[in-house]
Design a protein around this ligand. Structure first.
Ligand code: SF4
Length: 500
């Protein structure tokens, strides 16, 4: 009797998790396609395709290696377990610890034997031990602890390579004023398996958003490794410099585009870190780019996963600012706004289910924050639209960082900004119907108007926050506050009916 291993669609890795020591002679694999998952929410077509096609390729690779793979189509994952047990009486099922709290509960309640997961560099217990007894969970402190613990970018005396732990101050360049050639983006043409999966999706009459798959995203480990190699050779050197830039002539800028593969198991963070350090050692990569990239992988990514498990399942429902506006129509349709930065970002999202971290934070989440969109509605939208939207990524990033719905538990101040930041870091404003410098009048930038209005509306919540006090006091210097309040109401109404 072979030992059954349940492989969820986000643990597609032969060398990690429950598959690490598996042998076709002694183990067989169970994968379950849940009808509920497919039909319970509208999906971005590329995200759903990416998940299903990557799982299909992984199944094929396991079968090629000699594994028996039971791929079950069931109403729910639980129903799939029941079906397998009915067909294979007496077989036990093991699985690696799940990547999300709901999935972990499901495994526990289904009698699955759970083995440790190792898809992160920091175990949940390790993170909990680091966090225990700290009054604040500062990411920078965690990051330095990680660097030291893992021995990454350190000199012999334990000091950081380059003399600083963090080179963020060097990594805030706006888009270049002169013509600039951005790294080219490689394509991953659809193969026969991909085409079959897409045909199944289109035949299933699902509620899909966005454009159909076009080869932007690989669905195999080989493709993910090709993307890693491409990034390191062609984009890594300037990654740091343009990490926050939002040029209108490049959607990818110098970003690695690796998060979908990391979050679904096709790549492991340790191999990405090793490859980046090896490339840095070969020369030609500034320390600011190397350190900035390493910080994303060993710092931010691990930190977000750590706080997700510490904050628990109630965290996703927090709404500390009592925001209750329904999702704005522009989020579902990029043509429902005249705001060039928003229309471009949502258009990018429709085209390929991805935008980098600054449009996510300073355009999309900032807009949801200052318009007071209900956090759960915005979280749900982010979860279904982004190619890399794992639950553990989105819950803390949206609830804590994006819309400050957690009362400051994760971030001491909200990431609210007016049009000046977007104008500085992007080049959308020149082609916009609005003016980032104006806060009142019909051509005032909605970000600028609503930034002040957000501070005004939430003054009691922020005036005793020492990191916000200066911004809140700025309200007292606005001689046009009555007009601004009036314009803000027009803007909010216009955004809600898709005319601004
Ligand atoms: Fe965005 Fe305002 Fe600039 Fe228009 S003016 S692109 S809305 S920041």
């Amino acid at each position: 009797m072979k030992q059954a291993i349940f492989v969820p669609y986000d643990q597609l890795n032969r060398g990690h998790g429950a598959m690490r020591d598996a042998d076709p002679a002694t183990h067989e694999v169970v994968m379950i396609q849940s009808e509920h998952l497919l039909r319970s929410r509208p999906w971005h077509a590329q995200r759903l395709f990416f998940i299903l096609a990557s799982a299909a390729h992984f199944r094929q690779e396991l079968q090629d290696e000699g594994f028996t793979v039971h791929h079950l189509h069931a109403r729910t994952i639980t129903a799939g377990f029941e079906q397998y047990r009915r067909d294979h009486p007496g077989h036990s099922i093991i699985a690696a610890a799940a990547s999300s709290i709901p999935q972990q509960r499901l495994l526990e309640s289904s009698g699955i034997v759970i083995v440790p997961g190792d898809f992160f560099l920091t175990g949940r217990d390790e993170f909990a031990a680091w966090a225990a007894g700290r009054s604040t969970l500062l990411m920078e402190n965690f990051y330095r602890w990680q660097r030291t613990r893992l021995g990454i970018l350190l000199m012999d005396d334990g000091k950081p390579v380059g003399g600083q732990w963090n080179f963020d101050a060097d990594n805030r360049l706006p888009p270049p004023k002169k013509p600039h050639t951005w790294p080219h983006v490689i394509e991953h043409p659809l193969d026969e398996i991909d085409s079959g999966i897409w045909a199944d999706i289109t035949a299933a009459d699902l509620d899909l958003a966005g454009h159909e798959p076009d080869g932007t995203w690989a669905t195999t480990r080989a493709g993910a490794l090709r993307q890693l190699d491409h990034f390191l050779e062609h984009a890594f050197a300037d990654f740091g410099a343009y990490e926050d830039a939002m040029p209108s002539d490049s959607w990818a800028v110098n970003h690695s585009l690796l998060s979908p593969y990391l979050n679904i198991g096709l790549l492991h963070p340790s191999e990405v870190v090793d490859a980046a350090l090896a490339r840095f050692e070969r020369g030609g990569i500034p320390i600011s780019s190397c350190e900035g990239f390493i910080r994303q992988i060993i710092g931010w990514r691990e930190y977000i996963n750590g706080v997700y498990w510490i904050f628990g399942d109630e965290y996703r429902a927090m709404n500390g600012l009592a925001a209750d506006r329904p999702l704005l129509p522009l989020f579902e349709d990029s043509t429902r706004t005249q705001m060039n930065c928003v229309a471009t970002t949502i258009g990018d999202l429709e085209a390929r289910a991805w935008a980098h971290h600054i449009p996510r934070l300073m355009i999309l989440a900032n807009l949801a924050l200052i318009t007071g969109v209900e956090p759960a509605a915005f979280l749900d939208w982010m979860r279904r639209m982004f190619i890399d939207a794992a639950d553990w990524v989105m819950v803390p990033n949206v609830i804590g960082m994006g819309v400050h719905a957690d009362g400051g538990r994760m971030m001491t101040k909200p990431y609210a900004a007016g049009g000046a930041y977007i104008s500085r870091m992007g080049n959308y404003c020149g082609g916009c119907a609005y003016n980032p410098k104006l806060r009142t009048g019909p051509t005032a930038c909605p970000f600028t108007t609503l930034y002040w209005d957000f501070l005004d509306r939430n003054r009691p919540a922020f005036e005793r926050n020492h990191r916000m006090a200066q911004q809140v006091r700025g309200l007292d210097r606005l001689s046009d506050l009555p007009e601004l309040r009036e314009r803000a109401q027009e803007v909010l109404a216009g955004l809600s009916d898709g005319t601004i």
